[in-house]
Design a protein around this ligand. Structure first.
Ligand code: C2E
Ligand code: MG
Ligand code: MG
Length: 719
């Protein structure tokens, strides 16, 4: 409301009357009119009230005092001056537009309103809002009465806003990362080109209009949209939210979303907005890695990691269904021999073939995993009965036993299987595997190509074995193992040397025979330490034995398969000879046939380097292994020891003598020295001597004796 003012004139004409004066100043350029009610407003109004002629020049007839602040010109300068007018203030670029607006308004007789720039007295450019209306004055001239308001600040803010928006729009539109705004009900409200391209749409508009429901139209797993919303609701945002999505062309990609919710001031959800990145490559790479970390690269079967998962799943299912899970531990028989003799490529081929056969035999729900080297594990859930399991195991055995061609050889492979059952035998993978391994071990021992279910007494065997292993370890560490010596004599019963045999007189276990602890030590690797101790002890003992008939007696030391694989074996033998001072040809190392059959080339190489020291080599227990005669020819050996089993009872002659006879004949042909072991009777001795056997060892002459007893024994030989 306008306040009434004293000293203000009553307006004469027009929609606005100019007040005559406020401070007693002459009316002058302010114009002839005044309206008492508005004089205060007139004099104090920011901006400029004006009256001008309707002409191109728009000469001003009167202005309000606000003109000074607005333009820098006084009212006197603006009104009636020859150089100044409303048009002269105009920014040159806006002249045409202003003129056009005014003419149009005058034509139609309506009020106009426009924004444009003026150039002030000091050259400053200001934005003004001009509102006006055309009318006629008392003289009948066409005039305009109007008001100019300084809107520079607002316009500049608008310009700034527009520029900012433009900048953001540019980021949005030109970003290489997909961006979106989506409604809660699953529609895109906005999307940029990058997102459209990502989802194989030509334009953002096409994406927005075609994709009616993100949950069903985009995500491969429609529950992802609910996950997305739930996460945002819970955490306010989602970050690195990865999902597989369906593109317009039907292809699938993996995306990673970062998004948050935008809320109205009253807390209502307006929309979600966020970014989308294509992570398909990374995902593919990850799945390759994932596959690699869970599968065996050679056979493609699940590895131990995945086996663990699968067993857990099977156990959970069995718990729910109150059923059983059967775990079978499979170990191929003689795989090592094949690997060593036919080469690793053939070994690999064999494993691949076995894996394929196992896969074929099992049902889809079962798991077959490669556990290590030649070991496979089967997990069979939901086994209806023990009978079913047995049938399946029979099928596994016969499938593996099927003939196969490998590196040009037709082979038959066998395997031994140990079986454990959840929950009867154990509760977790490690324990199930452990007891299945125990059962497998037992299967192997009772003849290859068999399966064996785990039973509690087997566990006792394993526990005993474990206890024995620990006791053996401390015996080795405390040097509790001793060496006994068994004489070897010639046909005339003259002493030629001794075989060194290890003994373990355990405090807790009593006298443990080598048959019990040597195979165990082989498995655990403890045989390396034992072998070393025996070698040094035997060499030192033999070096101190007196000469018999002017000759140093020899000592035979047994080697294990493990020792033969030790690269430092030749050096160790050389050192034992050096340390003891024993002449090399007085040391004989005994190897068994099965040791030769492993890696023949390697064995030949190692034996040659030992032989080069001057040490003799004997093949022990000859006739019980599978040595090929052609290998015998190539090996640098000196002696064959006929196994005790052929010696025992050979005096019966006929068939009983056939094998010892053949061995002696073969050995002689190859120029080898022949020793018969386990000679217990004079008759055996006589029979073997007749056939040409060179040396004899057995209870007939002496049982193995303590080192200390050897001196007395030899004394007896001398006297
Ligand atoms: P081996 O090398 O064939 O040793 C001969 C085995 O036959 C010895 O058993 C010996 O006591 C036994 N023996 C000798 N004469 C007779 C006989 O007339 N009748 C009968 N029934 N047995 C006889 P021992 O000492 O129990 O050794 C068994 C096996 O343990 C050895 O067979 C050898 O393979 C292994 N062994 C013993 N000591 C060592 C060692 O220091 N290192 C390695 N690697 N193995 C060893
Ligand atoms: Mg021996
Ligand atoms: Mg032997």
């Amino acid at each position: 409301m306008l306040a009434h003012q004293r000293n203000c004139n009553v307006p004469k004409a027009g929609f606005l009357a100019w007040p005559a004066q406020r401070t007693g100043r002459a009316l002058g350029a302010l114009g002839p009119l005044a309206m008492p009610a508005m004089s205060t407003l007139f004099f104090n109004l920011d901006g400029m009230l004006f009256r001008c002629l309707v002409s191109e020049w728009r000469s001003l007839l009167s202005v309000s005092p606000g003109c000074r602040d607005l333009t820098g010109y006084t009212a006197e300068e603006l009104v009636g001056g020859t150089n100044l007018s409303l048009a002269s203030l105009l920014h040159p670029e806006d002249c045409a537009a202003v003129r056009g607006t005014i003419l149009a308004a005058l034509d139609t007789g309506v009020r106009y309103c426009m924004e444009y720039r003026i150039v002030c007295r000091d050259g400053e450019v200001k934005w003004v809002l001009e509102r006006g209306i055309g009318l006629r004055d008392d003289a009948g001239r066409q005039i305009i009465e109007g008001y100019l308001e300084d809107i520079t600040d607002r316009v500049q803010a608008q310009i700034q806003l527009a520029e900012t928006e433009l900048r953001y729009r540019s980021i949005f539109e030109n970003s290489v990362i997909g961006m979106f705004q989506s409604s809660e009900n699953g529609r895109y409200l906005a999307a940029n080109q990058a997102l459209a391209t990502l989802y194989r749409y030509p334009t953002p508009e096409a994406l927005i209009s075609s994709l009616a429901d993100i949950a069903t139209g985009l995500y491969v797993d429609r529950r992802r949209r609910d996950d997305f919303k739930r996460l945002i609701q819970h955490d306010g945002l989602v970050s690195h939210f990865e999902s597989e999505v369906l593109c317009r062309d039907g292809s699938r990609i993996w995306i990673s979303e970062n998004a948050h919710a935008v809320y109205a001031p009253d807390g209502a959800l307006l929309y979600y907005e966020g970014t989308v990145e294509d992570v398909t490559e990374r995902h593919r790479y990850q799945s390759v890695l994932q596959h690699q970390s869970t599968h065996d690269p050679l056979t493609g079967l699940p590895n131990r990691n995945l086996l663990q998962d699968r067993l857990e799943q099977a156990v959970q299912l069995a718990q729910r269904q109150v059923s059983k899970v059967v775990l079978a531990f499979i170990d191929l028989d003689n795989f090592k021999v094949i690997n060593d003799s036919l080469g690793h490529a053939a070994g690999d081929e064999l494993l691949i073939e076995i894996a394929a056969r196992l896969r074929q035999v099992l049902r889809g729900v079962d798991t077959v995993a490669r556990y290590g080297g030649d070991e496979f594990v089967l997990i069979m859930g939901d086994q209806a009965s023990c009978e079913d399991t047995r049938h399946l195991l029979e099928r596994v055995l016969s499938s593996i036993q099927e003939p196969l061609a490998l590196a040009g050889h037709a082979l038959r492979i066998n395997c031994s299987i140990g079986v454990s059952v959840y929950p009867d035998d154990a509760q977790d993978l490690d324990s199930l595997l452990r007891v299945a391994d125990v059962a497998m071990y037992h299967a192997k021992k009772s003849g290859k190509g068999q399966y064996h279910f785990y039973t509690r007494d087997l566990n006792q065997i394993v526990q005993d074995r474990f206890v024995l292993e620990s006791a053996l370890q401390s015996a080795i560490e405390r040097n509790e193992l001793t060496v006994v010596y068994q004489p070897k004599v010639d046909a005339a019963s003259r002493i030629k040397g001794f075989e060194a045999l290890v003994r373990w007189n355990s405090a807790g276990h009593g006298l443990v025979t080598p048959d019990r602890f040597i195979p165990l030590a082989e498995e655990t690797g403890q045989i390396l330490a034992i072998g070393e101790q025996v070698l040094y002890a035997a060499c030192l003992a033999a070096a101190n034995w007196p000469l018999i008939d002017g000759q140093t007696l020899s000592v035979a030391v047994n080697l294990s398969a493990r020792q033969l694989k030790e690269p430092r074996l030749p050096a160790m033998v050389a050192d034992a000879l050096l340390v003891s001072g024993l002449p090399p040809d007085c040391l004989e190392l005994e190897i068994t046939e099965s040791m030769i059959m492993g890696d023949v080339e390697h064995t030949i190489h190692v034996l040659k380097s030992i032989k080069a020291l001057g040490v003799r080599i004997a093949v022990d227990d000859f006739g019980t292994g599978y040595s090929s005669l052609s290998y015998l020819q190539r090996l640098p050996i000196d002696t064959l020891k006929i196994d005790r089993s052929f010696v025992s009872g050979c005096d019966r002659g006929g068939k009983a003598m056939a094998i010892p006879h053949a061995i002696i004949f073969l050995g002689k042909t190859l120029d080898l020295y022949i020793v018969a072991e386990g000679v217990e009777t004079e008759a055996e001795l006589a029979m073997l001597s007749v056939c040409g056997c060179d040396e004899f060892q057995g209870y007939l002459f002496s049982r193995p004796m303590q080192a200390a007893a050897v001196a007395d024994y030899l004394q007896g030989c001398l006297s």
